[in-house]
Design a protein around this ligand. Structure first.
Ligand SMILES: [Zn+2]
Length: 352
């Protein structure tokens, strides 16, 4: 079967690989429908390895590079392994990307996204940019008829946003600032609205992305190169500031800004992936009793995300800006995202 495999930075190959091995008890075989290209895939393409094991095989999957990329996907069950009870052939599913050990302290607390041996689809184990993939039953969630195959490919990314909103403990009637209007930032905007936030401000530099934020319900979209973001947001919140800020970019400047921007006693959620450390004055936290919380992936948010997509409170379709085939992955996927980042939100890939 055709597969998109990562061999090294700027070295992604479309290759013919064997179909997945026979199912183990508790596994499902999926025929992949659509896969979203994630920012982390782009990081691996541009500057990897970041997460992909190249020397020591991953302890759970036993795999190291080359690895089949792809962790945001929808699929159809084509075979069920021994002991599988929740799924049958023909079910459409979205799969949680986390393979975990269920035995470490984090897993036993129910926080499997912090697992000591966390193995992520498409990074630590073979992913979905191919035709067939084996996954564990515990990773899978059924997609209802209201959620299309295409929208199903965004469940993974949107779940990161739903998790971040929960990590920020956003309550109905609160005010929120989201830094960055990429796929994750736009999902956070929608998830914060779904949680009942009354105002959601978004900061963004790129013109096209500003439009997406406006269309998806931002109270105001602010460009830090044009206005004093803090002053504008404080003016619009009666001088109080947002209850919660969410950093969805991953630069030292915006990480710092997320903490400085949040109101006294507020919570800054940091979910961007940072390429470098940055200077930060901790008095900002001490003097104003602010909270900084990290947010990585998700821990059980798939059912909520699928329900929010099904009833329309979160919309996937407006965030899909490209539909391509496996053969087009480098030119119309990774290179397109690198050169035309601003006009793209989520490019999805059709398996064949
Ligand atoms: Zn664990």
């Amino acid at each position: 079967m055709k597969a998109v495999r990562w061999h090294g930075a700027k070295d992604i190959r479309i290759e013919d690989v064997p179909e997945p091995p026979p199912l183990r008890p508790g596994e499902l075989k999926l025929e992949i429908l659509w896969t979203g290209i994630c920012g982390s895939d782009l990081h691996e393409y541009n500057a990897g390895p970041i997460f992909i094991p190249v020397e020591t095989p991953h302890p759970l999957s036993g795999l190291k590079a080359p690895v089949i990329l792809g962790h945001e996907f929808s699929g159809k069950v084509v075979e069920v392994g021994e002991g599988v009870t929740k799924f049958k052939v023909g079910d459409r599913v979205a799969a949680d990307a986390c393979e975990v050990d269920w035995t470490c302290p984090a897993c036993r607390e129910g926080r499997y996204n912090r697992c000591d041996q966390l193995g992520f689809n498409g990074l630590h184990r073979n992913g979905s940019l191919t035709k067939y993939m084996n996954v564990w039953e515990y990773m899978c969630y059924k997609l209802p008829d209201e959620v299309s195959d295409e929208a199903g490919a965004l469940v993974e990314a949107i779940s990161c946003a739903v998790h971040a909103v929960r990590r920020g403990r956003i309550l109905e009637g609160e005010t929120v600032a989201v830094l960055g209007a990429g796929p994750i930032g736009l999902s956070c905007l929608q998830a914060a609205r779904a949680a009942g936030a009354r105002q959601v401000f978004v900061t963004e530099l790129a013109a096209a992305r500003k439009e997406f934020a406006k269309n998806l319900g931002a109270t105001a979209v602010l460009d830090p190169t044009e206005v004093d973001v803090k002053k504008e947001i404080y003016d619009m919140t009666d001088g109080i500031g947002p209850d919660v800020t969410i950093e969805a970019i991953g630069t030292p400047a915006t990480g710092k800004q997320a903490v400085e921007l949040v109101k006294k006693g507020g919570t800054a959620v940091i979910m961007g992936i940072f390429e470098e450390p940055g200077p930060f004055h901790f008095n900002e936290v001490v003097f104003f009793e602010k909270q900084i919380v990290g947010s990585i992936a998700y821990a059980g948010e798939y059912p909520a995300t699928i329900a929010l997509l099904a009833d329309g409170r979160i919309q996937a379709d407006p965030m899909i800006t490209g539909r391509i085939t496996l053969d087009e992955i480098v030119e119309k996927g990774f290179d397109e995202l690198n050169t035309n980042k601003e006009r793209n939100i989520k490019i999805i890939v059709k398996s064949e």
